[in-house]
Design a protein around this ligand. Structure first.
Ligand SMILES: [Mg+2]
Length: 433
């Protein structure tokens, strides 16, 4: 039976609901709706003009409607009179192809038909900056190798604690927080779960971190590479496939304790990784994180090549222990729904077509990568990535031509806007030509 949100509001003291969705670029949009109006909104959805956000629509299109999923309800821990709801976007009574949450739900339904459930855990790295976004907020955070720096971590204790307390109160199973490899950079981890649950939490986490940072006079950013000399912000995902409460990736007899199904799934991810880069690494700035030169800490912690390994962080895929792999390709700008949808689409293709991930590489890819031949490389910039996505039969086949064409149209426009803008670097290198 569907949850009655009007009743929930009464029972839990909710005065307002945020009916919220992310568009194709992952930007968070919402309407704030008083509890007295939620009954009709739950049935019909909240109205939005599609052209006004990153959806491939014109001003002449009819309204879209964000229909909230009651199962996604989160009462804001810092403002419990507000209830946040993830919504799916409808137009003319039909779920639109461009709705990122809908795209993920369709892949989840495909997996379910095959008897599978994907679970994901996500590691969202972010920077805490001054309000103008120009520099890191903590001016004492200058150590050249700052990963796990206790002093820098504890100088942000009040903010980190507030976010972690919120996750604990929400029952996400928060379990660790640290200072990451760049000055001003942090990561907070919570327990893995069903891919849709994690995706909704991922959206909410970004909103929560930015909001609580703002409350303390900071600006939090998930931008992939905000500073040239510092490590960028990744969004690694840990992936496993389950059936009836059993992890199908686990097999004690398999290589590294992974089943043949796990290697097929991984084979699919390796096969489509470059095609999915435009979704995993969706901005101009993303390509300054992958393919990056060494940072001031000594490593970029991001991949350049399509390779996998055991517990070795210099490859695109790491198998840290039996039963799961970690895909290290995505960055902080990735769409929380399209990223897992892409992984699942690629993985199901791997299972269906029995794709072989090839041989595991156990070398230090940063140091000895040049010694291996015939290793596939990742696209070098957004335009290459968009062209590659355009040609991808697997991704088009799974996610649908309409969504991919909308995405390419909007992202190519973004690339063209970038290219029409001359930078200081070009002046520095060309003025005296
Ligand atoms: Mg990390």
């Amino acid at each position: 039976m569907t949850t009655d949100l009007a009743k929930v509001a009464k029972d839990r003291g909710i005065e307002y609901f945020l009916i919220s969705f992310v568009d194709l670029f992952g930007a968070l949009r919402a309407k704030l709706v008083p509890a007295s109006a939620i009954k009709a909104m739950q049935r019909d959805g909240a109205g939005f003009a599609g052209f006004a956000v990153h959806l491939d629509m014109t001003p002449a299109h009819p309204d879209t409607f964000g229909r909230p999923d009651p199962d996604s309800l989160i009462q804001l821990p810092w403002k419990p009179e507000v209830g946040w709801l993830a919504a799916d976007i409808y137009c003319d009574g039909k779920l639109i192809e461009d709705c990122p949450r809908g795209v993920l739900r369709k892949q989840i339904a495909r997996a379910k038909e095959m008897g599978y459930q994907m679970k994901t855990g996500v590691e969202c790295e972010f920077f805490i900056l001054t309000p103008d976004g120009k520099t890191i907020a903590d001016q004492a955070d200058t150590y050249y190798k700052p990963c796990y720096d206790q002093m820098a971590l504890m100088r942000q204790y009040d903010l980190i604690k507030e976010i972690c307390d919120a996750m604990l109160a929400l029952g996400w199973g928060a379990y660790q927080n640290d200072h990451e490899d760049a000055n001003g950079q942090f990561e907070m981890n919570w327990h893995y779960d069903d891919a849709l649950v994690t995706a909704d939490r991922h959206v909410f986490f970004k909103y929560m971190v930015k909001t609580l940072a703002e409350k303390r006079g900071y600006r939090a950013t998930f931008m992939p590479k905000p500073f040239n000399n510092l490590t960028g912000s990744g969004c690694h995902m840990h992936v496993s496939v389950w059936k009836d409460g059993n992890n199908l990736f686990e097999d004690a007899r398999g290589e590294l304790g992974m089943s043949s199904l796990a290697y097929q799934f991984l084979g699919g991810v390796m096969h489509s990784a470059a095609d999915l880069c435009a979704i995993f690494n969706p901005t101009v700035n993303s390509y300054k994180r992958i393919n990056a030169p060494v940072t001031s800490s000594g490593a970029t912690w991001s991949p350049n090549t399509i390779t996998y390994s055991g517990n070795n962080r210099t490859h695109m895929v790491r198998i840290p222990e039996a039963g799961r792999f970690e895909l290290r390709l995505m960055d902080g700008a990735t769409n929380p729904y399209l990223a897992p949808a892409g992984i699942l689409a690629a993985g199901l293709d791997g299972i269906i077509n029995n794709r072989d991930p090839g041989k595991r590489l156990d070398i230090d890819m940063y140091k000895d990568g040049h010694t291996v031949k015939n290793v596939k490389r990742l696209p070098l910039n957004l335009l290459d990535a968009l062209r590659q996505l355009d040609k991808s039969k697997v991704v088009r086949g799974a996610l649908g031509d309409q969504m991919i064409d909308s995405y390419l149209k909007l992202k190519n426009a973004e690339w063209n806007a970038f290219m029409s803008h001359a930078t200081q670097w070009e002046r520095d290198h060309t003025l005296d030509c």
